[in-house]
Design a protein around this ligand. Structure first.
Ligand SMILES: Nc1ncnc2c1ncn2[C@@H]1O[C@H](COP(=O)(O)OP(=O)(O)O)[C@@H](O)[C@H]1O
Ligand SMILES: O=c1ccn([C@@H]2O[C@H](COP(=O)(O)OP(=O)(O)O)[C@@H](O)[C@H]2O)c(=O)[nH]1
Length: 240
């Protein structure tokens, strides 16, 4: 039996919407969502309280809609609705594998999901339920990364975990510049000053002001989430 203890007690996990596609062209890949749910179950069983924010890029991205001539705010609301679909799918998958998950939405669609109410979210977390925050911040012109920073600060998470398509923060976008190298850790000021595109500046600034560190790691690497919550060397830490 292992006596290892998690390094954190409460976390906010940001899951990439785009990664949900798996190898499909769009939408939700069954195998990928199940794998994500299982990874969350693994850390939840360790006693870590997990809240999740999931993106919507696999279904709709406001920027793209805006670029195609659509009113940007309208396109962003469509993006937020996309995150609601992903949140429902994720919570459903979690419930199927024995977790108890609750979805809370930042925009009111009460027939579909309950509204975000902070004390209720805290109660669920204390009860060991996984809370999935849907509809981002509820405001256009923001991203789900910023929603993750905001909700992370609100629930008093010790760490924001950004599970994304790359295994950490690089000196430049590794998808565009193959010579880019990965940081083990860097400060918020460095990340903002160097305009590192892994997260938007609003999310970085919010976390910096709240002294809420962010760990960036790969969603495709099996066991990475557990390694992060156990405090093992994985991904990149962005700290104050
Ligand atoms: N300095 C950087 N370090 C790492 N990744 C970067 C960097 N700059 C840009 N990126 C890109 O950011 C992407 C992750 O951000 P984003 O598209 O918002 O992901 P997500 O869908 O996970 O929210 C990566 O796939 C990577 O190509
Ligand atoms: O607070 C928010 C969060 C999200 N969105 C919209 O929802 C889309 C999907 O979220 P995001 O791009 O952050 O998802 P991911 O990158 O994880 O796929 C965004 O492009 C925005 O259009 C928004 O308007 N406000």
């Amino acid at each position: 039996m292992t006596t290892e203890k998690p390094a954190v007690q409460r976390v906010l996990l940001k899951l990439s919407g785009e990664a949900l596609m798996g190898d499909d062209a769009y939408g939700i890949n069954r195998e990928t969502i199940l794998r994500m749910a299982n990874e969350v179950a693994e850390v939840s069983k360790l006693g870590v309280e997990v809240a999740v924010v999931i993106g919507g890029g696999n279904i709709f991205r406001g920027m793209a809609g805006g670029a195609a001539g659509m009113d940007r705010a309208t396109a962003d609301y469509m993006g937020m609705l996309a995150t609601v679909m992903n949140s429902l799918a994720l919570a459903d998958t979690m419930n199927n594998i024995g977790l108890t998950a609750r979805v809370m939405s930042a925009i009111s669609i009460e027939q579909v999901v309950e509204p975000y109410v902070r004390p209720k979210a805290l109660q669920y977390l204390e009860e060991g339920k996984v809370v999935v925050f849907a509809a981002g911040t509820g405001n256009p012109f923001f991203t789900t990364d910023t929603a993750a920073a905001l909700r992370g600060a609100e629930i008093g998470a010790q760490l924001v975990l950004k599970a994304t398509k790359v295994d950490g923060v690089y000196t430049a976008d590794p998808k565009k510049d193959p010579s880019a190298t990965r940081y083990d850790k860097l400060t918020f000021d460095e990340a903002i000053a160097k305009n590192l595109g892994i997260m938007d500046a609003t999310a970085f600034a919010l976390c910096r002001d709240q002294k809420l560190p962010i760990k960036v790691f790969s969603i495709f690497k099996p066991g990475a989430l557990k390694r992060v919550v156990m405090g093992e060397d994985e991904g990149t830490l962005v700290y104050i």
